[in-house]
Design a protein around this ligand. Structure first.
Ligand code: F6P
Length: 524
């Protein structure tokens, strides 16, 4: 037994889980008309209704005790203060400094990082303004209207998915295309649709060593030269975002065209840095700043709100409850908003690359489950495919439903349908349908007793399936920033409880090495 599983809070939760498993949420709602109200909290434009979970006050208090025993709050203070909490890479973890609007310094090794952060934000602002105004031109004097953003993992998912989510805020006249995969089909498809004279390539790679990004940029460069651009014209059409300024310069990027980031920004937490430049190009700098502002407000909430009202804490503790005490192996995210359709893929990297770990801070193998499989897609599509398993399958899949109350085309019947489906699903998962209810429905159908009983068995829905509902007034830049930061801190809290380092990713290295060895054999 590890210290965590032997701890009084863990033991208490094990006992409570046994008790809860004999009860049904349906009965709790019938007995307590205030349940939804009692288990709802709101902050930063996000209302979290967590009443449809397998919890009561006693469970929530026991989960909070676990967070206290695991020193979550002390660990988060260390993160915000620039402590070297990424201990295997000996780095601070300070994506929060990139959206720090408090005016207070943030120290790493005694040096305030804020002046550099602010200088970079100014550089982004100026750059976006010069592209949007047409002042920055391509080598033939044409304005830059097509942006090809090349990057992968954290240097791709954040920019692409947040830009997609903010479609109603897009700046007219500039189109951003995203490329990640090294599969040449993608970059070639994009290159075929744009005019090289009005194309700007933004290459984003924190390390500047990532095979896919380097190759896609080389391909774009070769295309540019072949189309008529010269070597001297490259500086007008190619820029880079990287913490490896040396490699970027050696690659041929003009020094002025390199936007910096720092080793204390993890790749999957980097959209707040210049990695977010394509977002700013898509929605304009003012909107981009709002995105950062929303994240900053969630940071403040996370640091200051009491644990029982603290949204990241609540989401994280509920997740731990299901992973460790109900053997849930996955968690589904269901945004009921087309523009937020990429959000599950974003959280997938954030969560699985952070907490997909098996070694604790004491460098020993742990004996409990850590990060679940994160998956999902936009509603209502999943209702006509994988929801079947969530409703009647044999595995427990906790769900996060997400719904904006206001959307573009508000008067449209479509949104009423979308919203009603979202609420209908959470209710069905919670209450289910008993065998008796199914039988009663079938009695008028004139079936013989055997058929009626067997059909009712198939139709029975166990219910008692947990879900959270996250409601937003609308998905504007600020709310979206808060939403992303909410999940970042959720992941942080879970990592702190499980005692893993949420900020390294050694597991991705071996495959890269072996892939390179195979490549050597294929091309030499
Ligand atoms: O291979 C994983 C990873 O290192 C991610 O953590 C990162 O977001 C991605 O690759 C891209 O890395 P880079 O920005 O250095 O190209």
């Amino acid at each position: 037994m590890t210290a965590l599983t032997a701890s009084p809070a863990w033991q208490n939760l094990t006992r409570l889980a046994t008790k809860i498993k004999t009860q049904h949420m349906r009965d709790w709602f019938a007995l307590d008309s205030q349940r939804a109200e009692n288990f709802t909290q709101a902050a930063c434009g996000i209302e979290l209704d967590f009443s449809k979970n397998l919890i009561n006050d006693e469970v929530m208090q026991a989960l909070q005790a676990l967070a206290t025993e695991c020193h979550v709050s002390e660990k988060s203070q260390a993160m915000f203060a620039g402590g070297i909490i990424n201990h295997t890479e000996k780095r601070a973890v300070l994506h929060t400094a990139l959206r720090n609007f408090s005016g207070k310094p943030v120290l790493v090794d005694g040096k305030d990082v804020m002046p550099e952060v602010l200088a970079c934000q100014q550089k982004i602002q100026d750059f976006v303004a010069s592209v949007h105004s047409g002042e920055r031109k391509g080598y033939t004097g044409k304005p830059l209207k097509q942006i090809i953003a090349i990057g992968i993992g954290g240097s791709f998912l954040g920019p692409k998915i947040m830009s997609e989510a903010l479609k109603p805020y897009w700046f007219e006249g500039v189109k951003v295309h995203y490329v990640a995969n090294v599969d040449g089909c993608h970059i070639q498809d994009i290159l075929a649709t744009v005019d090289h004279q009005e194309t700007l390539v933004v290459m984003s790679s924190k390390s500047f060593t990532t095979q896919e990004t380097l190759q896609n940029t080389l391909t774009a460069k070769a295309w540019f030269l072949e189309a008529g651009g010269s070597q001297q014209d490259i500086a007008k059409h190619f820029i880079a975002v990287s913490s490896n300024i040396k490699a970027a310069t050696e690659f041929g990027m003009a020094k002025d065209n390199i936007f910096p980031l720092w080793d204390w920004v993890g790749g999957r937490y980097s959209l707040w840095s210049a990695i977010g430049l394509p977002i700013a190009l898509t929605i304009g700098y003012d909107n981009y700043r709002e995105l950062l502002q929303g994240a900053f407000e969630m940071d403040e909430h996370f640091q200051n709100a009491p644990i029982e009202q603290n949204l990241p804490m609540i989401l994280a503790l509920l997740g731990v409850w299901y992973v460790n005490f109900f053997d849930a192996q996955s968690h589904v995210l269901l945004p009921y908003y087309h523009y937020l359709r990429g959000f599950p893929a974003y959280v997938q990297q954030l969560d699985m690359e952070s907490n997909g770990k098996r070694i604790s801070g004491t460098h020993t193998q742990i004996d409990y489950a850590t990060g679940p499989i994160i998956w999902g897609s936009e509603g209502t599509n999943g209702q006509h495919s994988f929801h079947q398993l969530i409703h009647q399958g044999t595995v427990l899949v906790p769900a996060d439903f997400m719904l904006p109350l206001k959307v573009p085309n508000q008067d449209d019947i479509h949104h009423a349908m979308l919203a009603s489906n979202c609420f209908g699903q959470t209710q069905a998962l919670m209450q289910g349908k008993t065998f008796e209810e199914c039988k009663a429905d079938l009695t008028s159908k004139g079936l013989d007793d055997v058929t009626l009983e067997s059909l009712a068995t198939h139709k029975t829905m166990p219910g008692n399936k947990p879900s959270n509902t996250l409601l937003f007034n609308q998905v504007d830049p600020k709310t979206l920033g808060a939403l992303v930061a909410l999940y970042e801190h959720k992941v942080f809290v879970q990592g702190a409880i499980w005692g893993v380092n949420s900020f390294d990713q050694w597991g991705v290295e071996l495959g890269k090495e072996l892939g390179n060895q195979v490549l050597d054999k294929l091309v030499n």
